[in-house]
Design a protein around this ligand. Structure first.
Ligand code: PFF
Length: 448
């Protein structure tokens, strides 16, 4: 069965693909400034603890369910269900998952298109095409539509290529390139005037904030979004892992890469902001906090690049190239959710499924572009603040309560060298049963 439905060809391939899904715009533009405005290293510490105590167990729920069923989220929840009601609710959860993955992709593709646009704008300007360059970097409906279309087309081409020849092959090429670029860029920026101030803001902990509930909840949301949890991307990637692999180790490696890159991005973004400040760029908002998110990426950093002449063009190309790659390896995992469903449920060919799913999501995305003020923020809030944690909650309930414990342990014990119950196998099922749902319920109640 597995040969027919696709499987990752190597352990490295899976780690690159899953880490590629996890590492995205969230890590690079969200995490560093969130850290800086929430107590610096104190936030980083809380984030690390939450990533391993909460997000990693939920990631394991997805990977284990997926590998057990070798199928999509609907199939996986049906497989562990013990009666018709559980199967029915599982189907509903799976459908909401597919819809949420599509919804996230519909806004993510717009922002990712901007990355492509900014990446192309600098070399174009250097070659004298300043009108095109200005068009690419100025907010507008036609620009937003065109760049989103290009980004969706790229995503479709990779996914249509298949699990091994598309997703795995491209993740193995793109992820190492992205990591090397990130390391080189941060290394360079750290040598510039002003960088050490940014480093201090990032690394000196403001311990008084460690106990603030605000900080803890922010860190938790960041960890969830960052590990792509809830919507079935990790579940479907888990379903392509061979039965020979040891899941707890693979999951830990993916989480480590994700967290590692978020932390590393802090060594680029914060020093870069203070380098910009040194050159007269405004980096604080009216309330005195650091500028973040889109203003950071599309105003502060471009102002920095412009202050640097030729090396600025080069840095801009490297930076927006890096962001585009991070975005693409995440978007292919989102598109894989509806595509795998169409392939498995209706026996469609991959190319046809990829085309139809892309078409539908592109239409959703176009609707957002055309009603930007009303829809953009709303779609982000609904899909990431509410839907993702709610789905994560449901997945923990299925892994912790619905799935029979002996069958769950058999799945986990596969490839366990000693054949005994390891620490992970003893604790994780209980954890997924009680602790994870309780914490997620708390976040949800709070965001209401
Ligand atoms: N983890 C991605 C990021 O940090 O940008 C975002 C993401 C990818 C969310 C895939 C959800 C998803 F299914």
């Amino acid at each position: 069965m597995s040969a027919q439905r696709g499987e990752f060809g190597s352990r490295f391939g899976f780690i690159m693909a899953a880490a590629g899904s996890a590492v995205g715009l969230g890590n690079i533009w969200g995490f560093p400034t969130q850290a800086a405005s929430n107590g610096g290293a104190a936030f980083v510490l809380v984030y690390l603890v939450l990533a391993f105590l909460l997000a990693y167990p939920v990631l394991m729920a997805e990977l284990t369910l997926g590998r057990h069923a070798h199928g999509n989220m609907i199939a996986a929840l049906a497989k562990v269900s013990r009666n018709g009601t559980q199967r029915g609710i599982g189907t509903l959860v799976g459908i909401v998952g597919i819809f949420t993955a599509s919804l996230i992709l519909s806004f993510y593709a717009i922002v990712s298109g901007w990355m492509l646009g900014f990446g192309a704008a600098y070399p174009l300007a250097a070659m004298g095409a300043s009108d095109t360059s200005t068009w690419l970097t100025t907010f507008g409906e036609s620009r937003n539509l065109l760049l989103m279309l290009i980004f969706m087309a790229l995503t479709m081409v990779v996914v249509a290529g298949g699990v091994e020849k598309g997703i795995e092959r491209w993740s193995k090429r793109l992820m190492p390139a992205m990591i090397v670029t990130l390391v080189l860029l941060s290394g360079y920026v750290l040598t510039l005037d002003g960088a050490s101030k940014g480093l201090a803001v990032y690394l000196i902990p403001d311990v008084s904030k460690i106990l603030s509930t605000e900080l803890v909840f922010n860190a938790m949301g960041a960890a969830f979004f960052s590990l792509s949890l809830g919507v079935g991307t990790m579940l479907i990637y888990g379903s392509y892992i061979s039965d020979e692999e040891h899941l707890p180790t693979l999951g830990a490696q993916v989480a480590l890469v994700d967290v590692g890159i978020a932390v590393l991005a802090g060594f680029l973004i914060l020093p870069a902001m203070y380098v910009a400040a040194e050159r007269g760029v405004m980096i604080f908002n009216d309330a005195g906090g650091l500028l973040s998110e889109d203003t950071l990426i599309f105003t502060v950093l471009p102002a920095l690049f412009e202050s640097m002449n030729e090396s600025g063009t080069f840095l801009a190309l490297a930076f927006f190239g890096l962001m585009s790659i991070a975005a693409l390896t995440s978007s292919i995992s989102m598109l894989e959710v509806p595509v795998s469903f169409l392939v498995e449920r209706f026996n469609w060919g991959r190319t046809q499924a990829a085309f139809v799913a892309t078409l539908i999501i592109t239409l959703m995305s176009a609707a957002i572009v055309l009603n930007f003020d009303d829809l953009f923020g709303l779609v982000i809030t609904v899909s990431t603040r509410f839907s993702q944690p709610l789905l994560g909650f449901a997945l923990c309930i299925y892994a912790g309560w619905v799935w029979r414990r002996d069958s769950l342990l058999t799945e986990l014990a596969q490839n366990e060298a000693s054949g005994e119950l390891t620490l992970f196998m003893k604790w994780w099922p209980l954890y997924a049963r009680f602790v994870c749902p309780a914490i997620i319920a708390l976040i949800l109640l709070r965001s209401l």
